[in-house]
Design a protein around this ligand. Structure first.
Ligand code: ZN
Length: 166
């Protein structure tokens, strides 16, 4: 076996993101288009789950955050497909010698209901990460009076394992 014992320790990453709903724009969560009267406004296509996932991947390799690589002030990211951000973060993970073991996530939003779309989101995120859907947790809950009914929040945790481990 090569490498020092320290380099063989798996790495965790954590990411968080939120966006506000805006009437009349498309809603995308986890790379899946979801029919709804409102979409998420802000950075790129507003895909709150993919942004939190990107931050979790970057954080796991101490690679900064999504704003470091894709500043919201840069017009080229306006309306951009957030899949690009995940792919870039994955390249950094790969360069650091790691691969994704599993991912867990929680979405917090009042509407729409995520249940009917959870399988599609799980499938899409797994595909983006190149892992089986059984390694991707997608959970959702409502804000329950937190005063964030007009926003969507995502929390994501990832575990990275060394490539060719053990
Ligand atoms: Zn975001």
């Amino acid at each position: 076996m090569t490498g020092s014992p320290v380099s063989r320790i798996p790495r965790i990453g954590y990411g968080w993101d939120s966006h506000e709903f805006k009437l009349g724009i498309p809603l995308k969560i986890g790379g899946v288009a979801i029919p709804h009267h409102s979409g998420l406004a802000g950075h790129s296509d507003g895909d709150v789950l993919l942004h939190a996932l990107t931050d979790a991947l970057l954080g796991a390799v101490a690679g900064g955050d999504i704003g470091t690589y894709f500043p919201p002030s840069d017009p080229q990211w306006k309306g951009a497909d957030s899949v690009l951000f995940v792919r870039e973060a994955l390249q950094l993970v790969d360069k650091a010698g790691y691969q994704v073991g599993n991912v867990d996530s929680t979405l917090i939003l009042a509407a729409p209901r995520i249940g009917p779309h959870a399988a599609a989101i799980q499938q899409r995120v797994a595909e983006l990460l190149g892992i089986e859907p059984a390694r991707v947790g997608i959970k959702a809950k409502t804000p329950e009076g937190m005063g964030t009914d007009n926003a969507a929040i995502a929390h994501v945790a990832v575990l990275l394992c060394e490539i060719n481990w053990p």
